[in-house]
Structure formats: structure tokens, C-alpha cells
Design a protein around this ligand. Structure first.
Ligand SMILES: Cc1ncc(C[n+]2csc(CCOP(=O)(O)OP(=O)(O)O)c2C)c(N)n1
Length: 291
């Protein structure tokens, strides 16, 4: 990935990034154990590795210089995973985790269930109404081109979200305007809010649909940190003509056995017993992966 005036965060090995993804998941579960309402924990856990690879490795952003015009722009199109982004940003140094836990989801809190750029400097777009992140990102990438800026515009979408027609208008516009500085990342966890994806929408052959619109398509395991790092590091130059989509195969609820692929865990809260079970399961899955 080319540098555009801001250096990436401290260089970290894949093993260090995996540790940070574990920390992110653990902090998510702990918040889910203290917050009284429902947290979108299933879709948070499925993007924890992707957001770690971005905030702790790929994104050229600087928490102490959030208005730098050369920074990469990141838009969380699946805005319901806001808390996962807040904590990933806290790990990078933007916010304090304790502040997130103290006020998350409360009236007037900057840490809303969906991100608000007016309330929370450092957040690039207010999202949560699905289908808007990619259209916004197209506009931002186009505007960057017009101003001669070299940064990337990267947006993370849910696969269910890509059932929205506005997404495909933006896919077409991104290619038509030759926006090689535009990157879409799809969290292909194959679940929606209350059903499995293919029960409602015929998404497959999913990567071919993006190819048909002329995008550069990279298919990876969205929980494999080496693949995420390689895909980010191999993104085409921002001056190139073709936007890229990373189709990341993921598991909703990843890391906690009773949440994985379980429709009941799109959103929820954890009582003290469930929190203990969830943390134990996270630790067990980590031990298995390290074996
Ligand atoms: C326009 C719009 N319609 C409906 C919703 C309610 N909603 C929130 S999450 C969600 C499921 C989205 O599925 P997906 O994009 O696959 O996200 P994930 O399963 O990864 O959480 C829905 C329908 C919304 N936020 N915006």
C-alpha cells in the first residue's frame, strides 16, 4: 500500500495483530456484559479481524492529527458494528476504552449505537442506514481525485447490506469514474438480521457480480490475519483505474461457540454467567488456533 503523507502505525507482525484482534473481541464481550441494551455482537465479532488489520496496520491515519488531508478515509457502511470500530480506534489511540464503556448507547453519548461524525471527531461518516457507505465513499474518492490527493477511501459493508440497490449504483459509478483509490470490503458472513443470506437474496455467484461490474476482486478468509495483511499491502496504487473489493469470508459471532452462525446473536446482551462462558469460549478458540 503506498504511503500518502502519513506513516502507518507502528509496524506489527501478524502474531501481534492477532493478539490485538483477540483484545478487541475480549473488550467487545466485556462491553456487551455491562451495557443494558442489545449490542450487535454477531456482526461485531465477524469484522474484528478486518478492523484490526485496518486500524492497527493498513490505514494511514494519525490519532493526533485527525484532519490531515492526506489521511486515508474509512467509512463503516455497516454502521451497526460501530462499537467494534470505536474499540479498534481506541486500541489505535483515538479514544479511551473506559469512556466508551462508561457512556455507550446512552442519550447524548458520542458513542452511539451507530457512528456520528459530528459527535465523534475521527469518525469520517455518519452511517447506520444501510446502503449509504459506498455511495458516500465514491463521492469522497472522486473529490480526492479532483483535488489531486493520493489517499485511499475504504468502506466496510455487510453482505446483506449489498442487497440494497444503492450499493450497485455506487459499484457502477466507482468503476465508471476509474476510482482506483476506492476500496470496498465486504463482510461475507452469509447472515442477515433474522435469516441466512441466501434464504432471502440470491447473492451467489457473489464475487462474480463485482467482477461483472469491472472491479478488481480479491477473495480472502476474513479471519486470517496474514491474508488480510497481504490483501491490504497488495492494493493497487491509488492512481490506478480500477476500484478493488475484498470479499472476506467470515463467520458471524466468530470466536464464541454459542454465537457462531447463530441467528439469535445478531444482537444481544450478556448476563454475568453468559459473559463468563463467552470469554472462556474465546480463550478456547484462541488456544485451538495457536495449537
Ligand atoms: C436501510 C436499513 N434497513 C434496515 C436496517 C436494519 N438492519 C440493521 S443490521 C441489518 C442486517 C444487515 O445484514 P448484514 O449487512 O449482512 O450485516 P451483518 O449480518 O454482518 O450484521 C438490518 C436489516 C438498517 N440499519 N438500514
Amino acid at each position: 500500500m503506498t504511503t500518502a503523507g502519513i506513516d502507518p502505525g507502528e509496524h506489527r507482525s501478524v502474531a501481534e495483530l492477532e493478539d490485538l484482534a483477540y483484545e478487541l473481541r475480549r473488550k467487545l464481550l466485556e462491553l456487551c456484559g455491562t451495557y443494558e441494551g442489545a449490542v450487535h455482537i454477531g456482526g461485531d465479532m465477524s469484522v474484528a479481524d478486518i478492523l484490526t488489520a485496518l486500524f492497527q496496520h493498513g490505514l494511514r491515519v494519525d490519532p493526533s492529527d485527525i484532519s490531515n488531508p492526506n489521511r486515508d478515509r474509512f467509512l463503516l457502511s455497516k454502521g451497526h458494528a460501530a462499537v467494534c470500530m470505536y474499540i479498534a480506534m481506541a486500541i489505535r489511540g483515538f479514544f479511551e476504552y473506559d469512556d466508551i464503556v462508561a457512556t455507550y448507547g446512552q442519550l447524548d453519548s458520542a458513542y452511539g449505537m451507530h457512528p456520528c461524525k459530528v459527535q465523534l471527531p475521527g469518525v469520517e461518516a455518519s452511517t447506520g442506514s444501510l446502503g449509504h457507505g459506498l455511495p458516500l465513499a465514491v463521492g469522497m474518492a472522486l473529490s480526492a481525485r479532483g483535488r489531486g490527493e493520493k489517499h485511499r477511501v475504504i468502506t466496510l459493508l455487510g453482505d446483506g447490506e449489498t442487497g440494497e440497490g444503492s450499493v450497485w449504483e455506487a459499484v457502477m459509478a466507482g468503476r465508471s469514474n476509474r476510482l482506483g483509490n476506492l476500496v470496498a470490503i465486504v463482510d461475507r458472513n452469509r447472515q442477515l438480521m433474522t435469516s441466512f443470506a441466501e434464504e432471502r437474496v440470491m447473492f451467489e455467484p457473489y464475487p462474480d457480480k463485482w467482477r461483472a461490474f469491472g472491479w478488481n476482486v480479491v477473495e480472502i478468509d476474513g479471519h486470517d490475519m496474514s491474508q488480510l495483511v497481504d490483501a491490504i499491502d497488495s492494493l493497487p496504487d491509488t492512481d490506478s483505474d480500477v476500484p478493488t473489493v475484498l470479499v472476506c469470508e467470515t463467520v458471524k459471532g466468530k470466536g464464541v461457540d454459542f454465537m457462531e452462525r447463530n441467528l439469535a446473536w445478531h444482537a444481544g446482551s450478556l448476563n454475568p454467567t453468559d459473559l463468563e462462558r463467552a470469554l472462556a469460549s474465546l480463550d478456547a478458540s484462541r488456544t485451538k488456533e495457536n495449537a
